[in-house]
Ligand binder design. Structure first.
Ligand code: T46
Length: 126
């Protein structure tokens, strides 16, 4: 993401396709999340995504079935790619956080793995 500062404020740019490692087919954003809410708690079988923090801050835990990493998205660290077969847990949302997501495919409920044991079986078999 290119960040531009002007005397009247900032402007951030994502140019497609060169700055995203897949053709973007869907863009959505998470908003109005209560600060004590937890979102995610699932993995995707094939979907690739890039999280782009627009405002606020959020904690993202990524688990690939073998290791877990924690990412604090904020103004200095606004982007996070998530590859398929990664269990994600989003929590500690700051007040007014808006998290945009660039996704590689249209919405498909069948791509979701919402059961953690099923996720572990898929992750460890791949
Ligand atoms: C992800 C995290 C970061 C749709 O109808 N279309 C859509 O494109 C999406 C993303 C969701 N929905 C429906 C499905 C549910 O009824 O919106 C409702 C909320 O979705 P979900 O509970 O999956 O929301 P989150 O915030 O837990 O997860 C979302 C994405 O689903 C997921 O892919 O990685 O944001």
């Amino acid at each position: 993401m290119k960040r531009i500062e002007t005397h009247a404020g900032g402007l951030d740019v994502i140019e497609l396709p060169c700055q995203v490692p897949f053709p973007v087919q869907r863009i959505y954003w998470l908003r109005d999340t209560p600060v004590d809410a937890t979102r995610g708690l699932h993995a995707h079988r094939t979907l690739r995504q890039v999280l782009v923090l627009v405002s606020g801050n959020v904690r993202v835990e990524l688990d690939n079935g073998h290791t877990t990493t924690v990412h604090k998205l904020d103004v200095d660290n606004p982007q996070l790619p998530i590859e398929p077969v990664t269990w994600r847990v989003l929590s500690e949302f700051g007040e007014g956080t808006v998290l945009m997501v660039l996704a590689s495919a249209p919405y498909d409920p069948d791509d979701y793995i919402r059961d953690y044991s099923t996720f572990l079986a898929v992750a460890r078999a791949s």
